[in-house]
Design a protein around this ligand. Sequence first.
Ligand code: FAD
Length: 485
Amino acid sequence: MNNKQTLIKQLSNILPKRQLLHELEDLKPYECDALSAYQTVPLAVALPDNITQLKEILSVCYKDNIPVVARGAGTGLSGGALPHENGLLLSLAKFKNIISIDENNFTAVVQPGVRNLAISEAAKEYGLYYAPDPSSQIACSIGGNVAENAGGVHCLKYGLTVHNIIKLKVLTIDGDELTIGCDAFDSPGYDLLALLTGSEGMLAIITEITVKLLPLPAVAKVMMISFDDIAVAGQAVSDVIGAGIIPAGLELMDNAAIKAADDFVHAGYPHDAAAILLCEIDGSIEEVEDQLKHAEQIFEASGATKIQIAKDEQQRAQFWAGRKAAFPAVGRLSPDYYCMDGTIPRHQIANVLKRITDLSNEYNQTVVNVFHAGDGNLHPLILFDANNEGELERTEELGGKILDYCVEVGGTITGEHGVGIEKINQMCGQFNSDEITQFHAIKTAFDEKQLLNPGKNIPTLQRCAEFGAMHVHHGKLPHPELERF
Ligand SMILES: Cc1cc2nc3c(=O)[nH]c(=O)nc-3n(C[C@H](O)[C@H](O)[C@H](O)COP(=O)(O)OP(=O)(O)OC[C@H]3O[C@@H](n4cnc5c(N)ncnc54)[C@H](O)[C@@H]3O)c2cc1C
């Protein structure tokens, strides 16, 4: 019997037939996440629905050295849930129960397959909500959010996923059941909660999450600010936050994004603006009125050409609908687009946008910008056609240059989408070899056999040497023994 047959034989003792997929036509839908440029068919897909099954599956894989790739909703944009060709794809989609909501402590205990938006929908009857709101929140799972440390429009004011969870239950590949964090505000020992958040399925399988909930604000208002120069819009972002206003969301869209989103969902955006900002202020009625006035003055002084405050809830929803639909809207402009995700210090936005324009001209490829401006979290969308030979490679090269520049100005190669397979080479520039060695040591402490999501997130030093981007510190070439290409 080959590997696949042995695995299926063992897993069929654990899972009913409908929860174990192994025919090619059943595996195909799982061959990629939302980064569809990379595709691999796994040996099998397991869809357990309880912890006993999950433990037994991990035990089989551990014993037989089968790689395991966890998958939530598969909306990841960095190839994190890309299957391993000799491995098992472990779907957590059936773990979709909201176990409890504690309206007094403002927490909810949820299973990893629960959709992000479903938490806020369930908490609404208690006047509560879950703050991190990725644009994919209608579909993405909270387990995937934890594994990617997802962000969203509201994260500027309320923090990323890591700031909005207090406890995790996880299973390690060798069968340990760990409770990480606790129900109190702080827990002793190393902060493993932060370590597990953003660990991209590399350290453990997340089986339960306790999230923080917040009271729904009394009022939230959004203003749309138009500019005739994108760099001026970028500078206005710094100006408003520098004035002490922390909006609940502050998003920037350039002209191409404005037109694409407006044509798609009729959001009421101005087609002649070079850029718009959507700035949401929430809180008590007095607080919101006060801050809106203050923000208006700042934006005027920054060079805004028009400021429009949504007149009612319907218009507010309409303004946001355009932003939330911007990615699929841009998807209508060209056969393919590549979504980058770099983060930079806010005061660098205008400068980096200029550099992106220069690179876009140099490569003769359109780049559309729509992003979480308040966080300095850029999402350049590079348009291309994968059917044209070499275009994907050129696009990746252009994207790599944008990320390199983010690092150069003091930023990072990922804001919220993770490293996955997509940005693994850029990790070599972001971190030096000692730092990468420490990452590997942590991986090994959790997963000695390197079975969880192998080949993702942390590059080998060999890979960095081959990529030619090993971080040179004080002019000292690390690991000179490794062959360079
Ligand atoms: C249109 C669109 C808009 C988006 N907007 C945003 C945005 O605003 N902000 C943002 O942060 N992201 C955004 N994303 C990216 C994506 O939605 C997030 O990264 C999300 O957190 C992924 O969740 P998922 O359930 O789809 O995870 P998957 O894609 O299935 O998996 C992501 C990673 O998590 C791991 N994983 C999943 N579940 C578990 C588990 N239970 N235990 C251990 N590891 C696990 C996987 O192995 C993989 O490495 C967007 C994506 C799309 C397509």
